[in-house]
Design a protein around this ligand. Structure first.
Ligand SMILES: Nc1nc2c(ncn2[C@@H]2O[C@H](COP(=O)(O)OP(=O)(O)O)[C@@H](O)[C@H]2O)c(=O)[nH]1
Ligand SMILES: [Mg+2]
Length: 329
């Protein structure tokens, strides 16, 4: 990695990884190129970016002429986005239904969920967006599922432990991703040796552990499939293990909560925290409130566990979980 990449560059790179269309990819790549410090040490990266830009331009042209565009446009909401994926009938819709207020159709036959359906999962005082997806098999792999996985902060890969087919179905899903430019990873990252390949952090979730033969199947599964993903055992139906799952999901997002307070008010707005990635600054929060707000922002006072109450700070102040901030413009 060349030295001194700006924060803007890293943001554009993260957005590039999530891009859902060639147009978005192009915008992000152009931003990355603008933000890249131009010197000998970045020659290689510059060349790579230019190569990707010309490819994205072509792709954007093709997409335009086919007039298809991405058919999935679910706005991001809440502290993060989680894709729930797996083979047919493994309980994806049931799980999303249990964890959110959404009501995706649940049925004892495969291929019920043809479209993507989002729902919001409450955890403590924040919300996390879950997206239910159509099943993946050796024959069927909806490109929309790929875009959702690519743009997600976390993937829950469900395995049907209530059926003898669960192991094979899991293998089929893993095989599909192995052949794709979108990968399932222990962490989220861009593959530096394979242009355009991006991995999204994945948890392996064994569902239907209430089934009498689930334990036996799990032992068998371990003989055939090895992954390094974090593993969780649940029953969406019973339900069992869902609190642990929710906590693990929230923690994996690695965000901090911030409560804002108006200068003229005594109490902060504790109902609706803003969330920013850990390491985020006051300016990031100001940006979330309003673009103008970030531009006109002068200073803030902070109350929290790591600072003296009411300390005056500038935009580069790094936030801690549950800080209360009073922004002044
Ligand atoms: N025993 C048991 N059945 C479940 C569980 N989760 C889902 N199911 C059942 O499995 C079937 C498929 O569920 P569904 O959510 O539609 O699967 P999807 O195709 O992955 O969305 C339904 O009959 C559910 O009631 C579970 O934890 N235990
Ligand atoms: Mg479904």
């Amino acid at each position: 990695m060349p030295a001194n990449l700006t924060q803007q560059y890293h943001k554009a790179e993260a957005a590039y990884r999530r891009a859902a269309s060639p147009e978005e990819e192009l915008e992000c790549l152009q931003e990355m190129l603008r933000e890249l410090p131009k010197h000998k040490g970045t020659d290689k990266l510059q060349a790579e970016l230019k190569q990707k830009i010309s490819k994205a331009k072509k792709d954007a042209q093709t997409a335009k002429s086919q007039k298809k565009g991405p058919s999935f446009r679910i706005p991001r909401q809440g502290a993060g986005r989680v894709a729930v994926i797996g083979g047919p009938n493994c309980g994806k819709s049931r799980l999303v239904g249990e964890l959110t207020r959404a009501n995706p159709p649940v049925a004892p036959y495969p291929f019920t969920t043809r479209e993507l359906s989002p729902g919001m999962m409450p955890w403590e005082d924040v919300m996390v967006q879950l997206i239910d997806t159509p099943p993946i098999t050796a024959d069927v792999f909806d490109p929309n599922v790929l875009s959702v996985v690519r743009g997600a902060d976390l993937v829950l890969l469900l395995v049907d432990m209530g059926s003898d087919d669960g192991i094979e179905q899991l293998q089929e899903v893993l095989d599909q991703f192995a052949e794709s430019k979108t990968g399932l990873g222990v962490e989220t990252y861009l593959d530096e040796n394979d242009i355009g390949k991006a991995y999204t952090k994945t948890f392996l979730v064994f569902n239907k552990m209430d089934d009498a033969e689930a334990e036996t199947r799990l032992e068998l599964l371990r003989e055939f499939v090895t992954t390094e993903f974090v593993e969780l055992q649940i029953s969406a139906e019973q339900p069992r293990g869902l609190d642990e799952l929710k906590r693990a999901v929230y923690e994996s997002l690695d965000v901090v909560r911030v409560y804002t307070k108006m200068p003229n008010k005594k109490e902060a707005d504790y109902d609706r925290p803003f969330t920013v990635p850990r390491g985020g600054t006051l300016l990031d929060v100001a940006q979330l409130i309003h673009k103008d707000f970030a531009e006109n922002f002068k200073h803030a006072r902070v109350w929290g566990s790591e600072v003296h109450d009411g300390t005056t700070v500038k935009g580069d102040y790094v936030l801690h979980d549950k800080d209360v901030v009073e922004l002044h413009i």
